[in-house]
Ligand binder design. Structure first.
Ligand SMILES: NC(=O)c1ccc[n+]([C@@H]2O[C@H](COP(=O)([O-])OP(=O)(O)OC[C@H]3O[C@@H](n4cnc5c(N)ncnc54)[C@H](O)[C@@H]3O)[C@@H](O)[C@H]2O)c1
Length: 254
């Protein structure tokens, strides 16, 4: 499987340095970034090609992995999908716009492409998907972030946001991938609380789901990526797992 990457930052670096040395049928061959030096650095590690023009890689890849920014999903996803090329999207917040979501779904269907959204920085998405259409009554997310990760200097906890995921994405477009992923997985606008907490030094996500099936709670306490404190290490690892799953005969826990 030949892969092209959009966005050669923290997530891309973790994926490439893990996947490329394994040589397990995933050929990460093309690299695109608005900062060409970043694309060149990763291309040189992977023995791949850094492209200046995004469209240059589209005729030679099976999959595009987006790990850049929500705006890049809007710009590049239509060009990828209309060529029938599959896509992994990390900047999932972009898909909280229901009109854009519908357009991308339609485009993918028309051209025989698939859109994959990794579970990212949380655990528990398997359960949420399983119960989504079977009497799920309540889903909520409480995210705690350190003041440092948000550039704040406070010593008591502060509720930064409380409301629906669709509102959160407007106020925090770069911090809302987790809420977007859960909302899309259960097809509803979930309740979100974002707290700046001086007692945490990690990104903590608590999910609660209740319904006819019973109830579950998950807590994920993420260490940040070394090169981007806003991004959790687990987000990159979930994309690596997804990439590897394409070559597996038996899939578990999907
Ligand atoms: N799904 C999840 O759970 C999850 C978790 C963490 C981060 N993310 C998202 O993944 C994306 C990447 O995260 P990261 O930590 O690697 O970010 P990063 O800032 O470390 O790297 C992003 C890279 O993309 C490039 N870029 C940005 N906009 C671009 C554009 N329009 N065209 C081309 N290149 C562009 C930047 O130059 C940079 O090199 C972000 O959108 C982030 O919000 C998702």
């Amino acid at each position: 499987m030949k892969v092209g990457i959009i966005g050669c930052g923290a997530i891309a670096n973790i994926i490439v340095t893990s996947v490329v040395p394994e040589k397990n049928g995933i050929d990460i061959a093309y690299f695109f970034d608005k900062d060409i030096e970043r694309a060149e650095n990763l291309a040189s590690f992977a023995d791949g090609v850094a492209v200046l023009d995004f469209d240059d890689m589209l005729d030679d890849v099976d999959l595009i992995l987006e790990c850049a920014a929500p705006v890049s999903v809007r710009e590049y996803a239509p060009r990828v999908l209309e060529k029938g090329i599959d896509m992994i999207i990390m900047s999932i917040g972009a898909l909280m716009d229901t009109k854009f979501y519908g357009e991308m779904e339609k485009l993918a269907k028309e051209h025989g492409a698939k859109i994959h959204l990794p579970s990212g920085a949380i655990v528990g998405l398997d359960g949420i998907k399983a119960v989504a259409k079977f009497g799920l009554k309540e889903v909520s997310l409480v995210t705690r972030k350190s003041p440092k990760s948000l550039g704040k200097d406070i010593d008591t906890e502060e509720v930064l946001f409380e409301g629906k995921a669709s509102e959160a994405v407007k106020e925090f477009p770069l911090n809302i991938n987790v809420a977007a992923t859960i909302s899309i997985a259960c097809q509803r606008d979930i309740d979100v609380k974002i707290i700046v907490d001086p007692n945490v030094d990690r990104n903590v996500h608590e999910i609660t789901a209740k319904g006819d099936f019973g109830e579950f709670k998950t807590t994920t306490m993420n260490y940040p990526c070394a090169t981007n404190p806003k991004t959790s290490m687990l987000a990159a690892l979930s994309a690596i797992r997804l990439l590897k799953s394409f070559n597996e005969t038996i899939s578990v826990g999907m």
